[in-house]
Write a protein that binds this ligand. Structure first.
Ligand SMILES: [Zn+2]
Length: 258
């Protein structure tokens, strides 16, 4: 049922009865365009709508990675995708109308890939920092959170390492980027996931039956739902911008890539 304009629903109501969205970007991170079916249309205020699609080449906001943006084009309408929200496995697109009115049915999807490429480079850089930090400090590291939008950072448990050690972390990461190393993706049953015990985010993993494992060749495997470059040489020039002890439990390393 499509509610009348002016009645704004909450996300629970919007996704009610929708099956989980098929997340195409998990297996194919290079999909810039594709087709999908709009399965729900809910009007929002001032020319905006909430849409649910059956499958998604768009990465939602989550896991520290900002939402993809882009365009959806139906037969008689076109919308800008402003934000994609993961609501319990159903992706909700918040869109702004460019032409026409969104309706159920087939659409062409197009991701703003300049943004996506940047998020992927930053996400791979964050995994590389986990590895270098663990190597230089000679111990397992535990991440607390991360943000891959502007002012990117990775949060870690514990006390901030000495500045000299952080310099070494930066040098090691830069050297590895200049050497290059392939990044591979595989899927693993959680019961087989023993090899992940040392992963920097192991304690924060959701209880899924299948885990997606991202591995930089030569580094430990990390369970992850984000997008990455295919080789760390594509990250570009990485620098640590600043470091900050947030509280007794953890610190942040802010980084930039250019
Ligand atoms: Zn990740």
């Amino acid at each position: 049922m499509i509610p009348t304009a002016g009645v704004v629903l909450n996300l629970d109501q919007i996704v009610q009865g929708c099956p989980a969205t098929e997340l195409l970007y998990l297996r194919e991170m290079d999909l810039q365009a594709g087709r999908a079916k709009v399965t729900r249309v809910v009007p929002d205020k001032s020319n905006h709508f909430y849409l649910v699609l059956d499958k998604s080449i768009f990465h939602p906001k989550g896991g520290g990675q900002p939402s993809d943006t882009g365009k959806l084009s139906g037969e008689n309408f076109q919308v800008n995708v402003k934000k994609v929200i993961d609501h319990g496995g159903v992706l909700v697109y918040w869109v702004k109308v460019l032409t026409g009115t969104p309706v159920l049915g087939e659409v062409r999807c197009e991701v703003d890939f300049e943004n996506r490429r940047l998020f992927s480079r930053r996400h791979s850089a964050a995994h590389l920092l986990d590895h270098c930090l663990s190597t230089i400090t000679k111990g397992a590291v535990q991440t607390t959170d991360s943000w891959l939008g502007e002012d990117s950072y990775v949060g870690y448990k514990g006390k901030l390492p000495d500045p000299e050690l952080l310099k070494d972390v930066e040098s090691m990461a830069r050297q590895m980027i200049s050497n290059g190393a392939q990044i591979t993706i595989k899927f693993l049953n959680r019961n087989e996931a023993d090899e992940l015990k040392n992963a920097p985010n192991f304690e924060r993993l959701p209880h899924l039956s299948e885990l997606r494992i991202v591995t930089i060749t030569g580094c430990g495997p990390i369970p992850c739902g984000g997008t990455h470059v295919s080789d760390i040489s594509l990250i570009g020039e990485l620098s640590l911008q600043k470091s900050l002890q947030v509280d007794d439990n953890g610190y942040r390393l802010y980084f930039a890539i250019s």
